[in-house]
Design a binder for this molecule. Structure first.
Ligand SMILES: NC(=O)c1ccc[n+]([C@@H]2O[C@H](COP(=O)([O-])OP(=O)(O)OC[C@H]3O[C@@H](n4cnc5c(N)ncnc54)[C@H](OP(=O)(O)O)[C@@H]3O)[C@@H](O)[C@H]2O)c1
Length: 276
């Protein structure tokens, strides 16, 4: 078992700080195999979404691993189309069926699309009914979070946002810090199209510790308090990405990575995603 660190949400529930993401893991065997390998390597946290269409394969990977459901932290997300069409409840129930479980550890609204307020009320009820252990949001900007607060809604436990060395999303990260909302970094390595693994600074730092650039980036996320969910469908990378609990980046290396921020997103802008 890995020496996992955990973070504690504002409702007292704990989340393993490190997990496996399965966005763009193909439907079917690829995802089931990746999840099985990850659980065998000691991962206890899987991040999926209705939109990834692979929740059933996550369930299959869990089944094959033999690891008990209650030992695994599962995050899934309400799809944007379902939020817009006011079908959040139906979406959640489909996720339970797909995942072959009767509860979700963390349930997020995937994007702040129209009717997200109503969807948030729906998932708050599911939380109160104990079908979800913690509720949160994804891709919410500061003004979306302020809107939830103005409406008197429960403070989200987490906000899952694009965040990697080249886009450190500091405004949202700092605001979440002030409000006690845990930040989960998506595309933590820069994602499929903007992988940062050839970056000379990250490789030079890696050399000092005998670690890869991917491990340096994951370690940086852990040290700044992010939940980090790198995706891979290769067993050697799945294992490598988890070997980040046996070293600590020095302040000067943390500062060097902080200096890589371009403040430019690599992916979708929440202000323009959907129609809001
Ligand atoms: N909430 C949202 O809107 C949102 C959006 C995007 C992502 N996410 C979540 O965040 C997770 C991670 O983000 P992501 O998948 O976009 O990007 P990522 O984890 O930053 O990068 C994944 C890419 O890195 C490669 N990779 C992983 N480990 C590697 C290693 N050690 N060496 C070399 N290459 C490596 C993977 O290739 P292989 O698979 O071929 O190994 C894949 O191409 C997603 O899976 C998903 O769960 C959420």
């Amino acid at each position: 078992m890995l020496n996992y660190t955990t973070l504690t949400f504002n409702n007292g529930v704990t989340i393993p700080q490190f997990g496996l993401g399965v966005f763009r893991s193909e439907v079917g065997e690829e995802t089931a195999q990746a999840v099985q390998w990850a659980l065998e390597a000691g991962y206890r946290h899987i991040d999926t979404a209705m939109a990834y269409r692979n929740e059933q394969d996550v369930a299959e990977g869990i089944r094959r691993s033999g690891v008990a459901r209650e030992e695994i932290f599962i995050t899934t997300k309400c799809a944007t189309g379902d939020i817009e069409k006011r079908q959040a409840l139906d979406c959640f129930n489909r996720s339970l069926d797909n995942l072959k479980t009767d509860y979700v550890d963390l349930y997020l609204l995937h994007w702040p699309v129209p009717n997200y307020e109503e969807a948030y009320e729906v998932i708050t009820r599911l939380y109160e009914e104990k079908k979800i252990r913690a509720i949160g949001v994804s891709n919410f900007q500061v003004h979306h979070l302020q809107n939830l607060e103005r409406l008197g809604y429960l403070t989200p436990a987490a906000n899952q946002i694009e965040l990697h060395p080249a886009f450190q999303n500091r405004e949202v990260k700092e605001y979440c810090g002030e409000k006690g909302i845990i930040v989960e970094a998506w595309s933590p390595l820069g994602g499929k199209d903007f992988l940062l693994l050839d970056h000379p600074v990250l490789n030079a730092i890696g050399k000092k510790y005998g670690k890869s650039a991917a491990q340096v980036i994951i370690r940086w996320h852990l040290q700044i308090g992010n939940v980090v969910i790198p995706k891979s469908v290769h067993q050697n990378r799945i294992i490598q990405n988890s070997e980040v609990f046996d070293f600590e980046l020095a302040d000067e290396d943390m500062a060097a990575i902080r200096a890589l921020d371009t403040n430019k997103r690599a992916y979708w802008d929440p202000e323009r995603f959907g129609t809001r």
